[in-house]
Design a protein around this ligand. Structure first.
Ligand code: NDP
Length: 247
């Protein structure tokens, strides 16, 4: 454990797997107290035990980010447990790829409510504490927030929307000491693709992923840790990190 984040408190959403789990571990190793939030409580409990065993201060919180009251409650529980909130990592997300034509529109509702509204609800609830702490918000966006492709319209819309929300927010709060960081990974080896309901879209993305050396969740967690551990006067606004093999 190093101590770049000693005394800091971080709330990480989507910490039950993939990038969020790796990020919680990375921030805890830097000395932060971590609040790990997601819907799958058993996964969170196992991670909390692992982190506590390594000497970290940790709290697991069941959270569905699409529920605004639950977002407010997660922030309140964070501050109650650890006295402050310095770092919010909005990582929870779903990627239900597929064409617009003939889409199951419940996939769209899930993506917009998780990837966009969820981030907005949590940011809104956390902002007073982040302003008080001169803290940092990390948004886990995607290359899909920078580059559009056929067959990924709604996922693209959520991540482009997230980037727009984040840049406007950055301009609103940066001079009051709150840093807004957008991290945009390319293909990462996680469970994200498993939830795609369109069989062709799922096969296409799996084929792409298997054709290259994917990023690991730790690779992305390193980018988050880099941004968060900078001195207060340094605001890393955007990190685009792709597998070397990815076009
Ligand atoms: P995972 O599927 O492993 O992780 C997604 C996490 O989000 C899970 O912990 C899941 O937890 C959580 N989650 C989903 N819906 C909700 C919800 N309604 N409320 C709370 N938590 C929720 O995939 P990744 O780690 O890859 O995804 C993390 C982020 O990274 C996403 O925002 C994704 O868009 C982004 N990303 C991923 C890339 C990749 O190639 N893997 C590339 C670029 C960006 P639970 O189900 O327990 O609630």
């Amino acid at each position: 454990m190093t101590n770049h984040l000693q005394g800091k408190v971080a709330l990480v959403t989507g910490a039950s797997s993939g990038i969020g789990e790796a990020t919680a571990v990375a921030l805890a190793r830097e000395g932060a107290a971590v609040v790990i939030a997601a819907r799958r409580v058993a996964r969170l409990t196992a991670l909390a035990e692992r982190l506590a065993g390594d000497g970290a201060r940790v709290l697991a919180v069941e959270l569905d980010v699409t529920d605004e009251a639950a977002c407010r409650d997660a922030v309140a529980r964070t501050v109650e447990a650890f006295g402050a909130l310095d770092v919010l990592v909005n990582n929870a997300g779903v990627m239900l790829l597929g064409p617009v034509e003939g889409a199951d529109t419940t996939d769209w509702t899930r993506m917009v409510s998780t990837n966009l509204l969820g981030v907005m609800f949590l940011t809104h609830a956390a902002l007073p504490h982040l302003l008080a702490a001169k803290g940092t918000i990390v948004q886990v966006s995607s290359t899909a927030g920078r580059v559009v492709r056929s067959g990924t319209a709604v996922y693209n819309a959520t991540k482009f929307g997230l980037n727009a929300f984040s840049e406007s927010l950055r301009q609103e709060v940066t001079q009051r000491g709150v840093r807004v960081v957008v991290v945009e990974p390319g293909v990462v080896e996680t469970e994200l693709r498993e939830h795609i309901t369109d069989p062709t879209a799922k096969a296409n993305i799996e084929q792409l992923a298997n054709s290259l050396r994917q990023l690991t969740p730790d690779d992305v967690a390193n980018a988050v840790r880099y941004a968060v551990a900078q001195p207060e006067h340094v605001s890393v606004n955007e990190i685009l990190v792709r597998p070397t093999d990815q076009h």
